[in-house]
Ligand binder design. Structure first.
Ligand code: F6P
Length: 335
């Protein structure tokens, strides 16, 4: 193994000078987000010793109970980003409306969206959780919720940090996907994968099977065929994995392939899905596509959906190309 260590800073400076030509402000913004993720990782690791487990006694805009760590992670990201001068505003799963950068600080040209702590139900049981983020360019004028309503194709950067056995930061600035592992002794991010590729084929799916009776026909057909294994139309056995934190399930797919689905279901027919478009589905779709995978809502590419609300929900199917294409075809055939 080579002893040459590439840090996040070195990688970003190379992206500034090289093909991606990322502006210095975007580089600084990514460094600040990565620094905030380190602070969140420290809090996550303290667990019961740091009084960070359990409920915060409040609800977010989606009516979900906020955990203490949801609130802490949200505050860490805001505090880290509001003064640097690279942002015009921030939006978070944990805040009803967007947050403009306070007047006492200079305004930058970017918009940052995040799910500060994805997979909240895993916090107290010591299973992987993460932070997901997306960066857009502010199109000018006063910053409002509407400023954030840009399709995923407008993202200039997306990433996530998974707090698991290792703390890993996965990033794209539109030129492939790279992974960094947190070196705790040095306090630095070290590149551990420089060209993440999702295999086109897979034998592994991730979906909450307990919802099967609520699914639409195309999803049911796809999973039924996977379950039929070697004897069914697919002619191969499939395995199932479900961590119940999108960030961890997607990380597995980025590492060894697979398909992840959180489809529309009949429990709440008026909602397009459970997951949020702007700070969950879009950044993950950008990463998955940059790694050679596919991300759709069953009918169209997720990144081409024109958002109409900050906390909009969407049906999600993403991962290995041939599997996502197949389940998307099943949806399109029934259209
Ligand atoms: O953000 C919502 C989330 O925690 C995702 O990370 C995860 O994929 C999903 O909910 C799991 O939800 P459920 O357990 O209800 O299927």
């Amino acid at each position: 193994m080579s002893t040459k260590r590439i840090s996040l800073t070195q990688y970003l400076i190379e992206q500034q000078r090289g093909e991606a030509q990322i502006p210095a402000q975007l580089r600084l913004l990514i460094e600040v987000v990565a620094r905030a993720c380190k602070r969140i990782a420290i809090n996550v690791n303290k667990g019961a010793l740091g009084d960070v487990l359990g409920s915060a006694g409040s609800e977010n805009v989606q009516g979900e109970v906020q955990k203490k760590l949801d609130v802490i992670a949200n505050e860490v990201l805001i505090e880290a980003n509001e003064w640097g001068g690279h942002l015009a505003g921030m939006a978070s799963e944990e805040m009803d409306d967007m947050l403009a950068v306070p007047n006492r600080y200079p305004q930058g040209e970017y918009l940052l969206l995040f799910d500060p702590l994805d997979g909240s139900s895993n916090i107290d049981i010591n299973v992987s959780i993460g932070t997901i983020f997306s960066v857009l360019k502010h199109q000018g004028g006063p910053v409002t919720n509407e400023s954030f309503l840009q399709p995923g194709t407008a993202q200039v950067c997306a990433g996530y940090c998974v707090y698991g056995p290792q703390t890993t930061l996965v990033l794209t600035v539109g030129k492939g996907v790279v992974m960094f592992t947190l070196d705790r002794e040095q306090g630095s991010w070290v590149m551990t994968e420089d060209n993440v590729r999702i295999p086109e084929d897979t034998k592994e799916f991730a979906i909450n099977m307990s919802n099967m009776r609520h699914w639409a026909t195309p999803v049911k057909r796809y999973i039924d065929e996977c379950l039929a294994g070697k004897d069914g139309p697919r002619g191969k056995d499939f395995n199932m994995r479900w961590v119940a934190a999108m960030v961890a399930d997607v990380h597995r797919i980025m590492t060894r392939g697979g398909i992840f689905m959180y489809p529309w279901d009949k429990r709440e027919p008026n909602k397009p899905g459970k997951l949020r478009l702007m700070y969950e589905a879009n950044p993950m779709s950008f990463l998955v596509e940059q790694a050679g995978g596919v991300a759709t809502n069953g009918l169209q590419r997720i990144m081409e959906i024109q958002p109409t609300q900050l906390h909009e929900r969407v049906s999600v199917m993403l991962g290995s190309r041939n599997e996502v294409d197949l389940v998307t075809r099943y949806h399109q055939e029934l259209k």
